[in-house]
Design a protein around this ligand. Structure first.
Ligand code: 5GP
Ligand code: ZN
Length: 111
């Protein structure tokens, strides 16, 4: 997808160290961390919203949620973490390529 920053990261056009990668997703650090540890799980396929999910995209999102718990130790998230998927304008989504925030490494405040 043209001009999508996460597509460019997935394609390697914007360098960003990958803490995990498989055929469907990557995990990188958020460039502006909002917690001591802040990661982004980014599906390799471009789509913006959960409402755009067809069967294939639903499988990708399911895959992400199955893999994330297996990475807890490697990412330093054993103490617990918060999972956030911002959706659209009111949800504060700034990058219109679906991604899953993982926040942890400290006791998070209420939201
Ligand atoms: P959103 O607000 O769309 O839910 O989250 C987008 C996130 O992507 C933000 O937390 C922002 O800091 C992060 N981000 C934006 N551009 C880049 C980038 O080039 N590299 C990385 N690693 N994170 C980015
Ligand atoms: Zn994209």
């Amino acid at each position: 997808m043209e001009n999508c920053i996460f597509c460019k990261i997935v394609a390697g056009e914007i360098p960003s160290p990958r803490l995990y990668e498989d055929e469907k997703m990557i995990v990188i650090r958020d460039i502006q961390p909002k917690a001591k540890l802040h990661y982004l799980c980014i599906p390799k396929n471009h789509f913006a919203l959960l409402s755009e999910m067809d069967g294939e995209k639903a499988e990708i999102v399911k895959h992400c949620f199955q893999v994330i718990p297996t990475l807890e130790k490697a990412l330093g998230l054993e103490g617990g973490y918060r999972v956030i998927v911002n959706q659209g304008e009111n949800g504060g989504q700034t990058v219109r390529h679906l991604h899953i925030h993982l926040l942890g490494g400290e006791k998070l405040g209420d939201f």
